[in-house]
Design a protein around this ligand. Structure first.
Ligand code: GDP
Ligand code: MG
Length: 378
C-alpha cells in the first residue's frame, strides 16, 4: 500500500501540485502545437490567445490551491505539535531504543497507543493486525515497521467507509446546521469560525442564539456575529430555544440567507428532556424548510478523551448526528482520539479545532492529520 510513503511525498517534498502544474503545461503546450499545425490564419492566433489566457488562469488557480494547501498543512503541524511532543515522541524513542522486534516491544507500543486516546478496542485490533503482518511478512527492519504502523493506523480510519468531510448543502433554499454538545466544548466558538469560513466562500450566514439557558451565551454569539459580519437572531434569556429557532429560520428564509448556524445549550443531565428538546427543534426547523437540518454537528473536546467519546455515544442515541467537530486538538498530547471516533462511533469528523483564534479551524483531512502527527517519523 505504501501510504506512509504517499503522505510523505505529498507534504514533505511538496511535489504534488508542482507536478500537476508541469503536466498541465505539457498537455496544453501539446494542444496548442497541434492546433498551430492545422490552422495557419488569424482565427488560429485568436484561439491561441484564448488558450494562453485559460492556461494562465489555470496556472493561477493551481498556484492558489498550492498556497492554500501549504497553509492548511502548516495549521495541522502547529495544532498537533503537542501530540507530536507527547505520544509520537514516545513512539519514536521506543523505536530508536529497540534493536529487535520482541513481545516486549509490542507491549510497550500497545501502552503508548492506548495512552494516546486511540481507544482500547481499536488498539487491540490494530495490534493483532500488526503482529500478523510482522509474522507473515517476516518484518525485522524497524524503519520499515514504522511505515507499517502508520499505514495500519490509517487503515483504521478508511476501513469500510465512505470518508466525507463535506457539508451537505441544501440545493434549493437555506442550509441549516445545528450545533450540539455539552457545555464548554467549543460550540459557540466553532460557529464563529465556521461562519467566517462560509463568508469567505461568498455565502451569506445567519446565526441563531439557541442557547438561551446559559448566562452570557447570547452575547457571546452576538459578539462573533459582529466580528464575522453576519446576520444574528436572538430571543430573551431563558426563553424557549425552539421559538428563537423558529424566528431565526423564518427570517433567514425571507432574506434568502445561504446558511443558518444554530447554537444550542448543552444540557445532558437529563437525557429524556434533551431528547425532547432536540426533537422539538428538529420539528420546528423541518416545518419551515423540508429536509432540514441538513447537518447536526456534534462538538466534542479532544482534551476530554474517552469522556468525549461517551458523550458522543449518548448524543448518538437521542438524535441523528451527521458529523463531528473535534475541538482543542491543539490542547492535547494524545491526538489519537480521531481514530477512536472512527472505530467506536463511525461518524465522520468534519472539522477540527486547532486553536482559539478565528482561523484555527480546518476541514478534517486524514492525510494532513497523519502527516501532522507523524511528520517527525517521516
Ligand atoms: N485551544 C482551543 N480552545 C478552544 C477551541 N475551540 C474552543 N476553544 C475554547 O473553549 C472555550 C469554550 O468555548 P465555547 O465556544 O464557549 O464552548 P460552548 O460552551 O460549547 O459554546 C473557550 O475558551 C474557547 O476559546 C480550540 O480548537 N482550541
Ligand atoms: Mg456556547
Amino acid at each position: 500500500m505504501g501510504l506512509f510513503k504517499n503522505i510523505k511525498n505529498l507534504f514533505k517534498k511538496e511535489t504534488e501540485i508542482n507536478d500537476d502544474l508541469k503536466n498541465q503545461n505539457q498537455f496544453e503546450n501539446n494542444n496548442t502545437d497541434d492546433f498551430a499545425n492545422e490552422n495557419n490564419n488569424l482565427i488560429e492566433l485568436e484561439t491561441v490567445k484564448v488558450f494562453e489566457k485559460e492556461k494562465n488562469d489555470e496556472k493561477e488557480k493551481l498556484e492558489l490551491e498550492k498556497e492554500k494547501n501549504k497553509q492548511e498543512v502548516k495549521l495541522y503541524e502547529k495544532g498537533l505539535s503537542k501530540s507530536r511532543n507527547g505520544f509520537v515522541n514516545r513512539l519514536i524513542s521506543l523505536n530508536s531504543k529497540t534493536k529487535k522486534i520482541t513481545e516486549e516491544y509490542f507491549e510497550e507500543l500497545e501502552d503508548i497507543l492506548i495512552m494516546a486516546d486511540i481507544g482500547v478496542n481499536t488498539v487491540l485490533s490494530f495490534m493483532d493486525r500488526l503482529r500478523k503482518r510482522v509474522k507473515t511478512e517476516n518484518i525485522t527492519d524497524l524503519e520499515y515497521l514504522k511505515e507499517v504502523i502508520v499505514d495500519e493506523l490509517f487503515v483504521i480510519y478508511v476501513d469500510n467507509s465512505i470518508i466525507t468531510n463535506k457539508i451537505n448543502f441544501n440545493q434549493d433554499g437555506p442550509t441549516v446546521i445545528l450545533f450540539i454538545g455539552v457545555n464548554g466544548v467549543g460550540k459557540t466558538t466553532t460557529i464563529g469560525k465556521i461562519a467566517n469560513k462560509l463568508k469567505k466562500d461568498g455565502k451569506s450566514v445567519l446565526m441563531v442564539a439557541g442557547d438561551t439557558f446559559r448566562a452570557g451565551a447570547i452575547e457571546q454569539l452576538e459578539e462573533w456575529s459582529k466580528r464575522v459580519g453576519c446576520e444574528f437572531v436572538k430571543g430573551k434569556e431563558n426563553s424557549d430555544p425552539s421559538s428563537v429557532i423558529y424566528d431565526g429560520v423564518k427570517i433567514a428564509k425571507e432574506k434568502n440567507i445561504d446558511v443558518i448556524l444554530i447554537d444550542t445549550a448543552g444540557r445532558l443531565q437529563n437525557k429524556i428532556n434533551l431528547m425532547k428538546e432536540l426533537e422539538k427543534m428538529n420539528k420546528v426547523i423541518g416545518s419551515l424548510i423540508p429536509n432540514a437540518p441538513q447537518e447536526t454537528l456534534l462538538v466534542i473536546d479532544a482534551t476530554t478523551g474517552q469522556n468525549g467519546i461517551s458523550q458522543a455515544k449518548n448524543f448518538k442515541e437521542i438524535t441523528n448526528v451527521t458529523g463531528i467537530i473535534l475541538t482543542k486538538l491543539d490542547g492535547t498530547a494524545k491526538g489519537g482520539i480521531v481514530l477512536a471516533i472512527k472505530e467506536e462511533l463511525d461518524i465522520p469528523v468534519k472539522y477540527i479545532g486547532l486553536g482559539e483564534t478565528i482561523n484555527d479551524l480546518e476541514s478534517f483531512d486524514i492525510e494532513k492529520y497523519i502527516y501532522g502527527l507523524f511528520k517527525d517519523m517521516m
